[in-house]
Write a protein that binds this ligand. Structure first.
Ligand SMILES: [Zn+2]
Length: 84
């Protein structure tokens, strides 16, 4: 089972279609059950589309790393907020 943290690590490969089919399926299953990660994926794709439009090329590695850090800190905030 893929965790939210693993999900963030795999997100860019998932969007690029670089994941093994089995991993991609697990990731898609996680996305169906996790609204947080669904929102992250949307943010990630939106950012990537903007970058592609602006630069007509792949998202720079540095930006990928920064975006991952951003998503990670969001996840941590979400966890400490923990409502139930
Ligand atoms: Zn998740």
């Amino acid at each position: 089972m893929i965790t939210c943290r693993e999900m963030v690590d795999l997100l860019s490969d998932y969007v690029d279609g670089d994941l093994e089919p089995m991993v991609a399926r697990q990731l898609a299953a996680h996305l169906r059950g996790c609204t947080d990660c669904t929102a992250f994926l949307r943010t990630f794709k939106g950012t990537q589309a903007l970058v592609r439009e602006a630069a007509c090329e792949e998202m720079p590695e540095e930006l990928k790393v920064r975006l991952r850090d951003f998503l990670r800190s969001n996840l941590q905030r979400g966890r400490s907020r923990s409502t139930n």
